[in-house]
Ligand binder design. Structure first.
Ligand SMILES: Nc1ncnc2c1ncn2[C@@H]1O[C@H](COP(=O)(O)OP(=O)(O)O)[C@@H](O)[C@H]1O
Ligand SMILES: [Mg+2]
Length: 314
């Protein structure tokens, strides 16, 4: 996309009756909470503010009142070329703000996992610069729960603390608290084989949270789960994020998931992987009841799909 894809404020024309929210019909209204920008070669072309705060009742009454953020990680002109010659990423400029929920959305092979590993410090860029806030603690959640099958849930969760040399009593207390945080109180002694896929993923998230990360990196963590489990985990993750102040970077190839979760979406294009568009979604968390079937959600999904299709056509 060469030009900005601007989605103006919704204005006050339309009455947002409760029925409208729950039963979207006709063309969805343009969302007041979404602004989008096309980027090329790492330069952000657009940056529109909302035209005006929405006057009608909205799912996002605080959209225009979000505070400015401290940068946790900054990427400037970052590229990654593997020894095989594959240029996985090029010209990535990105600021990750403390407390945000950033989704990285793009087709398979566009470099999402590579970008996440660079952000984590698990790999080095071959060009450009990454600056990280010194005090950050990073948690990483993979698509597979990757639990030790011979250890129960609490032993899996306290593993990072054991490796860090923290004493046993504190390991146990913090691991139990992390399991509680992800809704698994009472399952401390359950083995991975005794848990469902969703519960195993909850253990995996607890294991990332137990180190009290300021930055939680998640690489398609719910992709292998059934839809209802995924929805429940989405809601619980949002509640956790809203309550903890942790910064989340969440990789997904699902438009619906990215819109539901994120406060900002980076849409990636491929060959080489780069940021094609950026969409801000300043919605409250947890999402209000009925959000998944609301006209606002449908409109945000449509705008994001258009941005993704634009990125894939580049
Ligand atoms: N360790 C590696 N060595 C060589 N090529 C790699 C390596 N990891 C990833 N790639 C390549 O880099 C590109 C981006 O991969 P990846 O970051 O895994 O994409 P995504 O997560 O979006 O599916 C792909 O073409 C992939 O084959
Ligand atoms: Mg990947």
């Amino acid at each position: 996309m060469d030009h900005a894809a601007i989605i103006p404020g919704g204005g006050g024309e339309r009455q947002a009756a409760a029925d409208d929210r729950l039963l979207p019909h006709g063309p969805p209204p343009r969302p007041a909470c979404c602004r989008a920008g096309a980027r090329r070669g790492g330069t952000r072309i657009e940056g529109t503010a909302l035209a005006a705060p929405p006057r009608r009742p909205s799912f996002f009454p605080h959209a225009h009142r979000l505070p400015p953020r401290v940068t946790l990680v900054a990427l400037d002109g970052v590229g990654k070329r593997f020894a095989s010659g594959t240029e996985a990423l090029a010209g990535i400029d990105l600021r990750i703000g403390a407390g945000e929920f950033l989704a990285i959305l793009g087709p398979s092979g566009c470099g999402k996992s590579t970008l996440l590993r660079l952000i984590a410090g698990l790999a080095e860029p071959s060009s450009g610069r990454i600056t990280r806030q010194a005090s950050r603690q990073v948690g990483f959640v993979f698509q597979e729960a990757t639990l030790l099958p011979w250890s129960d849930a609490i032993t899996n969760v306290r593993l990072p603390l054991r490796l860090a040399g923290i004493d046993r009593a504190e390991q146990e207390a913090r691991a139990a608290a992390a399991l509680d945080q992800v809704g698994l109180r009472g399952f401390e002694r359950a083995y991975p084989r005794e848990l469902s896929g969703g519960m195993r993923m909850r253990v995996s998230i607890a294991r990332a949270l137990v180190t009290r990360p300021s930055l939680l990196l998640m690489d398609e963590p719910f992709a292998a789960l059934d839809e209802l489990t995924r929805h429940r985990l989405n809601d619980d993750l949002l509640a956790l994020w809203a309550g903890s102040g942790v910064t989340v970077v969440f990789v997904t190839h699902s438009v619906f998931e990215s819109v539901y979760l994120a406060s900002r979406i980076l849409v990636m294009a491929t060959r080489p992987g780069r940021v094609a568009a950026e969409l801000a979604m300043e919605a409250p968390a947890p999402r209000p009841t009925g959000f998944r079937t609301s006209a606002e959600y449908a409109a945000l999904c449509r705008a994001t799909t258009e941005a993704l299709e634009g990125a894939m056509a580049q």
